[in-house]
Design a binder for this molecule. Structure first.
Ligand code: FAD
Ligand code: PHB
Length: 394
């Protein structure tokens, strides 16, 4: 069976694995990335869209920020809409000048893949990781299947960046891993449409029918979401029903109208909060969705994956430059402090904005009163702004 050796073996070419590979390459550290899916598949998977201030800086620092800076849409505020009225949260003004950027996750992934391939660095698509062994030793091994052949990759360190359904978290000893989870009784139906966004800024709307969100990908492409049942049947949502329901939930007292256009993509995402602790056992480290999931309401998933890379990247650079394991030893505790704060924000915003069938009219009034308080208090708006643009990476 062919065997190769590298310093850091990276399982998964999502945002976490690809950015880590780039950061390590820039520091002269060898890595091999294996990815179960094809390049076309990962480059076209429509997912996150909103990048925090520091996540954008991480792209620039890694040398892959040029297209994001040219094509990404800078945002300095968001709109919260409830009871038919709109309330703008001036993110930049309330966060000391920080901005967020709309730049599709698949664009981030394309830029990182292009940089890795241009540098001639190993990135194997359709290479399915099957096991990770020896994590209690300094020579862990990733076994994978590529083009009908079994391979072994021997590493110093394994970076588990293979998302929620990957093999890395499962490779942690069961008696070590603690899991914290909340599954919400709803999902999001998301669409991509060839239609100019009806608002320059994102609109988060809390309506008696349920939550909805207007986002975008470009001046001609809208990205919109509707709260739905977690097991909603997409075939019951013809395009006209989706637009009508979005129109109802996003309506305001100023006659807001959506721009409609051909829907080019539709999908349903269940909502969950999930954290696995610790993020490290022996020579295996977990990053991104492999370790934690947030409901998309706070737009934190990709940003959290990037924040993990920031912490582990520095720790690995330190280890290879100085021989010190101090950063690796504190990786889990350091990353988890920020993870839990992003989990809290995402859970809170989800709970505040969504319709819960279990809620009584009293609880709905509490949501509306809290929204009214938050959007009329500088302190309230500031707490939203500083979490939304992103808490400090460390
Ligand atoms: P992933 O992107 O899941 O990458 C993991 C990779 O590992 C995949 O390519 C997978 O194919 C590969 N893999 C899995 N198993 C194996 C294996 N055995 N061997 C080899 N490879 C394997 N986040 C935000 O920050 N902002 C947003 O606006 C936002 N909106 C979202 C909207 C939706 C509809 C969804 C679904 C998510 C959204 N997120 C958002 C979350 C964000 O997309 C994820 O948090 C992000 O993709 C996590 O990156 P990752 O690299 O950790 O994992
Ligand atoms: C998106 O554009 O896909 C998006 C934006 C903000 C969110 C979630 C998703 O909170």
């Amino acid at each position: 069976m062919p065997a190769t050796r590298t310093q850091v073996g990276i399982v998964g070419a999502g945002p976490a694995g690809l950015l880590l590979g780039q950061v390590l390459a820039n520091a002269g550290i060898d890595s091999v990335v294996i990815e179960a899916q094809s390049r076309a598949y990962v480059e076209s998977r429509v997912r996150a869209g909103l990048m925090e201030h520091d996540a954008c800086q991480q792209m620039r620092d890694a040398g892959v920020g040029a297209r994001m800076d040219r094509e990404g849409l800078v945002h300095e505020g968001i709109i919260l809409r409830f009871g038919g009225t709109s309330h703008r949260i001036p993110l930049t003004e309330l966060s000391g000048g920080r901005q967020v950027r709309v730049y599709g996750q698949q664009e981030v992934v394309k830029d990182l893949i292009a940089a890795r391939l241009a540098a001639g660095l190993p990135l194997h698509f359709e290479a399915h990781g099957t096991s990770i062994t020896g994590i209690d030793t300094p020579r862990p091994v990733i076994a994978y299947r590529h083009q009908g052949q079994d391979h072994q990759l021997e590493c110093d360190i394994v970076a588990g960046c293979d998302g929620f359904h990957g093999i890395s978290r499962a490779a942690m000893p069961a008696d070590v891993l603690k899991v914290f989870e909340r599954v919400y009784p709803f999902g999001w139906l998301g669409i991509l449409a060839d239609a100019a966004p009806a608002s320059h800024e994102l609109i988060y709307a809390s309506h008696d029918h349920g939550f909805s969100l207007l986002s975008m990908r470009s001046p001609t492409v809208s990205r919109l979401y509707l709260q739905c049942a977690p097991d909603e049947d997409l075939s019951e949502w013809p395009d006209s029903r989706i637009w009508d329901e979005l129109e109802t939930r996003l309506a305001d007292d100023q006659g807001f109208r959506l721009t409609r256009g051909p829907i080019t993509q539709k999908g349903i995402t269940p909502l969950r909060s999930f954290v696995a602790e610790p993020l490290r056992h022996g020579t295996l480290f977990l990053l991104g969705d492999a370790a934690h999931i947030v409901p998309p309401t706070g737009a934190k998933g990709l940003n959290l994956a990037f924040a993990d890379v920031h912490v582990l990247g520095h720790a690995l650079i330190d280890r290879y430059r100085t021989g010190s394991n101090a950063g690796l030893d504190t990786y889990s505790a350091t990353a988890l402090r920020r993870v839990w704060k992003a989990e809290r924000f995402s859970w809170w915003l989800t709970t505040l904005m969504h319709r819960f069938d279990s809620h009584s009219p009293f609880e709905r009034r509490m949501q509306l009163a809290e929204l009214d308080y938050l959007t009329t208090s500088r302190a309230g708006m500031t707490t939203i702004a500083e979490n939304y643009v992103g808490l400090p990476l460390l």
